[in-house]
Design a protein around this ligand. Structure first.
Ligand SMILES: C[S@@+](CC[C@H](N)C(=O)[O-])C[C@H]1O[C@@H](n2cnc3c(N)ncnc32)[C@H](O)[C@@H]1O
Length: 327
């Protein structure tokens, strides 16, 4: 890995870090190792262990580069950010909650930006196997609440599919805002609260049990039931009852979240991954679009846009973007 251009700090004492003997070290001698492609600031046994398990198990499933027909991540990334590939050349981009690196791959393969990706789980290992080593790629295992970067350095910060899985959504937004440089931009997407019915869903009814289950046990239950759940979900869609009935089936929303062009085997794999992703996280706190927009403003961002963006076949992403003023 080439030395990062961004000033790195020890999140605990805010002292600068320098690269020495393949690790990061501060003046007090505190050091953070480079292991399997990522600098490590935290241990694996935190509230995101489910994501480490998930992304290392399903490392390639959602990565465009490994799919023959699906370009979902690229389409979603540019539909949501509206960033111009050429404008991004040499810019410093921060990605928080990178998972297996589906969006890291898009930045690295479709732009010439420098990418700093962070995840709290050991999913960073899957990301590195998918996307590293790469001269413009810098990978860190750490938390959004204790990022190893001096404030206000990034041209762009993005955080996709993560905030609802953090314990304090608003505080997470504040931590991301702090990373944006004057004139830079933050964009986040998240699960929206659409109304009283949002939580009337198999996911929220069963999560009190499933989120504490052993990961292997939960996964094998999902695998054992995937076949009939896919058939049932399809059946209710065909007879026009899918919108009402399928929310009570303990399976991910196949019609709107899984790409249509997948073959049977790939579809089953995506369904198992997305269903595990819905039942296993410690935190799942959807939020109202208006509220997140207000938080952006309260943290001093301007040109705040609240977005519901269509992509793919009938999918939408709920997102908020804003800019940090230059003065
Ligand atoms: C649903 S996954 C999304 C991953 C990726 N952005 C994607 O769309 O495929 C959420 C990710 O957020 C990470 N995450 C959760 N809390 C975090 C925190 N406090 N700091 C950094 N990452 C966090 C999890 O480890 C997980 O990999």
């Amino acid at each position: 890995m080439t030395p990062p251009d961004i000033r790195l700090i020890n999140p605990s004492n805010k002292k600068p870090l320098k690269v020495q003997d393949g690790q990061l070290i501060d003046d007090d001698g505190n050091s953070f190792p480079l292991k399997e492609g990522a600098y490590r600031f935290v241990q694996d046994d935190n509230y995101t262990a489910n994501f480490g398990f998930q992304w290392n198990k399903f490392q390639k499933t959602q990565i465009d580069r490994f799919q023959r027909t699906v370009d979902q991540s690229r389409e979603r990334f540019f539909a949501v950010t509206k960033w111009d590939k050429i404008d991004l050349t040499n810019q410093n981009i921060l990605e928080v909650g990178s998972g297996a690196g589906r969006f890291s791959q898009i930045v690295l393969n479709h732009t010439n930006a420098n990418l700093y990706s962070v995840d709290y789980s050991n999913a960073v290992e899957a990301n590195f196997r998918n996307n590293g080593p790469h001269p413009r790629f810098h990978l860190f295992q750490g938390s959004v609440y204790d990022l190893p970067f001096a404030p206000a350095q990034f041209d762009k910060v993005f955080c996709f599919g993560v905030l609802q899985h953090t314990p304090d959504f608003k505080r997470s937004v504040g931590a991301l805002v702090e990373m944006v440089k004057p004139g830079g931009e933050l964009i986040v997407d998240f699960y929206p609260v659409k109304g009283w019915y949002t939580k009337l869903h198999a996911k929220y009814l069963l999560r009190p049990f499933t989120r504490n289950m052993n990961h292997e046990t939960l996964l094998s239950r999902i695998e054992a039931n995937a076949g009939w759940l896919i058939s049932a979900s399809r059946f209710f869609d065909t007879i026009g009852l899918g919108r009402i009935v399928n929310r009570f089936l303990p399976v991910c929303d196949i019609r709107t979240t899984i790409p249509r062009e997948l073959d049977k085997t790939a579809l089953r794999e995506w369904v198992i991954l997305d269903t595990f992703d819905m039942f296993s996280p410690a935190h799942d706190h959807p939020q109202r679009l208006d509220v997140v927009g207000q938080w952006f403003k309260s943290f001093g961002l301007t040109e705040v846009e609240k977005l519901t963006i269509p992509y793919g076949d009938g999918n939408t992403v709920t997102a908020v973007r804003g800019k940090k003023p230059t003065t």
